[in-house]
Design a protein around this ligand. Sequence first.
Ligand SMILES: C[S@@+](CC[C@H](N)C(=O)[O-])C[C@H]1O[C@@H](n2cnc3c(N)ncnc32)[C@H](O)[C@@H]1O
Length: 245
Amino acid sequence: MSRLERVRADAAVLARLARGMPRRASHSDALAAFYGKQSTHYDHFRERLLQGRAELIADIALPHDAHVVELGGGTGRNLEYFAERIARIARYDVVDLCAPLLLRARERARTLPMLRPIEADATHWQPGHPVDVVMLSYALTMIPDWRAAITNAVAMLKPGGTLAVVDFHVSPPRAQDGRVQHSAFTRRFWPWWFAHDGVRPSAEHLPELCRALPRNAVVESTARVPYLPAMRVPFYRFLGRLGPD
Ligand SMILES: C[S@@+](CC[C@H](N)C(=O)[O-])C[C@H]1O[C@@H](n2cnc3c(N)ncnc32)[C@H](O)[C@@H]1O
C-alpha cells in the first residue's frame, strides 16, 4: 500500500469512528452499519489499535488437528497470527454477527480452507461438540451481554481446553493484589472515549474470566493508540484452562 493509500484508508476508518456506533433496531444491524464502510480497511487500522493479539496467540498451546473457535472473530485476521502453526489447525470457526466483516473472512477462507465464517451470536452459538481453543479478541468489550459470551465460551471447551482473551479494560477503584491499579483519569477516560464506538472497557471482565476459569495466566499492559500519541490504553491477555475434573 502506498503512503497516499494508507492515508486514505485511515481517513475512511477515522471518519466512521468519529460518527460512532449508529443506533439500529438490532445489534447485528448496528454492527453492519458501523463496520460496513470500514471493512476493506479494517485489518490495516486494527493492526495498530488492537495490540497483544500475536503474543496471546503465540502462548496458546495448540494440539494437532485443533478445532479453534473465535467468537466475534470479524475478518478472520487472527488466524494468520498462528503463522507456521496454522498447519495444526483442522478447523477455525469465525463466529460473528457482522455480515460485512464476515465477507472479508469469506475472502480469506479462499486461501485458508480451515477458516469457516459463521454468522451467529457469540452468546448463543455452539459448535456441536467440545473444542480445543476458544478465543475472544477485542470482542468482549463489544458484546452487550458479555457475561453470556463468557459462559457460552467456557461451555464449548473440551476438558483441558483453553480460553484465550485479549481486550481493553480498566481496573476497579481498588485493584486486587497483583493487578495493575489505573488512575482515576484512566478509569474514566477510556470507557468514555470508546463508548461512542460501542466499545465498553470494563473493570468486571477480567475478574469474571478468572472466576470462570481459576487455572489461568494474566498479563496486563498498555498500548499506543493511532493518532493519540500521548495516550496509552490498558489491555490484558488472559489464558484460562478448563480443568479435566
Ligand atoms: C473490535 S472487533 C474484533 C474483531 C476480531 N476479533 C479482531 O481481533 O480483529 C469486535 C467484533 O465483535 C463482533 N461482535 C460484537 N457483538 C457480537 C455478538 N453478540 N456476537 C458475535 N460477534 C459480535 C463485531 O461484529 C466485531 O467483529
